[in-house]
Ligand binder design. Structure first.
Ligand code: CO
Length: 211
């Protein structure tokens, strides 16, 4: 199909509904966005960022990639983070993973899907760092679930260690980094208890969260 007519029709209906609810909705968004949150989540189609936290267009700045990985040299992710923190002055960065993540499962089971195997090496690194904890998991499902959690906790640390977040804290800019996980089964988010609001909290938050 060359035009994806159904999606375009959905879009027209959505825009109409939004305008009916608030006639000035789109015009007010044209000139500015002032989101308070940056979401770093998985690309998984079952985890639609705005929708699960009930936020409208303009309220959530978003970066998504497979398995919600924050790599210190990923210019794409770092650019999103830098713009969100420096220009938009978001007050919160949320790293959100999810149970049942295909990327995490592939990393755990060492399944091969091609190029993406290289990206998922970063999740295998998380597994290696927590070898002892991971070995205690009783089966594959428990292991994948635990790796989903540990991956979020590690990526929160990565966000905190970036020059972007470190510099923001140094200038006294209020900024908290959170680690959450989403369950596909019931649509609920859980806070992994690794929030960091300043450089002094990084180590303690990490130790507490990994248990
Ligand atoms: Co995923």
């Amino acid at each position: 199909m060359r035009t994806l007519a159904e999606l375009l029709q959905n879009n027209r209906q959505w825009a109409r509904r939004m305008t009916e609810r608030d006639p000035g909705f789109f015009t007010s968004l044209v000139s500015q966005q002032s989101p308070r949150y940056l979401w770093i989540g998985c690309s998984d189609s079952r985890v639609p960022a705005n929708e699960i936290v009930g936020l409208l267009p303009g309220e959530l700045f978003v970066h998504r990639n497979v398995a919600n990985v924050v790599v210190h040299t990923d210019l794409n992710c770092l650019s999103v983070l830098q713009y969100a923190v420096d220009a938009l002055q978001v007050a919160h960065v949320i790293v959100c993973g999810h149970y049942g993540c295909g990327g995490v499962r592939a990393a755990y089971t060492r399944a091969s899907f091609g190029l993406i195997d290289n990206w998922l090496r970063h999740v295998q690194d998380v597994h290696r760092i927590h070898e002892g904890r991971m070995a205690a998991c009783e089966d594959v499902d428990a292991g994948v679930a635990r790796l989903c959690e540990l991956n979020v906790i590690e990526q929160v640390q990565h966000v905190c260690q970036t020059t972007i977040v470190q510099d923001a804290w140094r200038r006294g800019q209020p900024l908290t980094v959170h680690g959450w996980i989403y369950a596909l089964e019931d649509g609920l988010l859980r806070d992994l208890g690794c929030s960091v609001a300043g450089p002094d909290e990084i180590a303690a938050a990490y130790t507490q969260a990994i248990g």
